[in-house]
Design a protein around this ligand. Structure first.
Ligand code: GRF
Length: 220
């Protein structure tokens, strides 16, 4: 199995980075984290990278005169480390044409909602306030829009009556950790075929996943 060289971009705590590291170290993900880059100097994810002996750098977007210059530095570092697939794991900067053109259909992002619902920020509060019964998370390829690229995998998470934003976020985050590694593994196995907006996953049992999730449960 081919080992996919990853570059992981973070801005915060890095629990998605940690989940990917754990899967790799458990031998369940055919990838290697070649470099972790944070745009936030004191991001907790950098400590996680340090604990696992991973190459890590801070590229503080505030120090660059333009987004283009900032992304040129990201691309330089990613290429310097031989990265093939860029992973946005809680990276809070929009991706512009420089990074996109350097890694076409080779940038994945995790978003804590069932896109195209609830793009952008304050996702969990918006999901609770709107009163949705099913929330969830999405792994997608990044395109020039905001949280708008071809969708690879989604997980639906019921919203409970007593959920607040933090409680819902925690339950969704647990599923993020599962589906992000799965999406990367499917990429490593060369099973993702992108046609326009759609991502066909080669080799999935056509009878798999026919269950439905109804919330609140019909029996309730
Ligand atoms: C996750 O909820 C992710 O969906 C969003 O930012 C959060 C990052 O969390 N993009 P972490 O830094 O991976 O813990």
């Amino acid at each position: 199995m081919r080992i996919v060289p990853l570059g992981v971009l973070i801005s915060g705590g890095g629990s998605n980075l940690q989940a990917i590291i754990d899967q790799i170290e458990a031998g369940r993900l055919s990838a290697a984290v070649r470099v972790v880059i944070s745009n936030v100097p004191d991001a907790g994810g950098l400590k996680r990278a340090e604990r696992h002996g991973l190459a890590r750098q801070v590229v503080d977007h505030r120090l660059f005169p333009s987004r283009q210059d900032f992304e040129a530095e990201l691309v330089r570092i990613l290429n310097e480390h031989g990265v093939e697939l860029v992973i946005l794991a809680g990276f809070m900067r929009l991706v512009g044409p420089s990074l996109l053109s350097a890694f076409p259909n080779r940038i994945m992002n995790i978003h804590p909602a069932l896109l195209p619902s609830f793009p952008g920020v304050h996702v969990w509060q918006n999901e609770v306030d709107h009163g949705v019964k099913l929330a969830g998370c999405t792994v997608h390829f990044v395109d020039q829009g905001t949280d708008s690229g071809p969708i690879i995998i989604q997980a639906a998470v019921p919203v409970l009556d007593d959920d607040d934003a933090d409680g819902l976020a925690a339950r969704i985050l647990a599923q993020e950790h599962r589906i992000f590694s799965k999406a990367i593994q499917l990429y490593a196995e060369d099973r993702l075929e992108v046609t326009g907006r759609r991502v066909h996953i080669r080799g999935v049992d056509p009878n798999a996943g026919r269950g439905v999730l109804i919330h609140p449960p019909l029996e309730a």
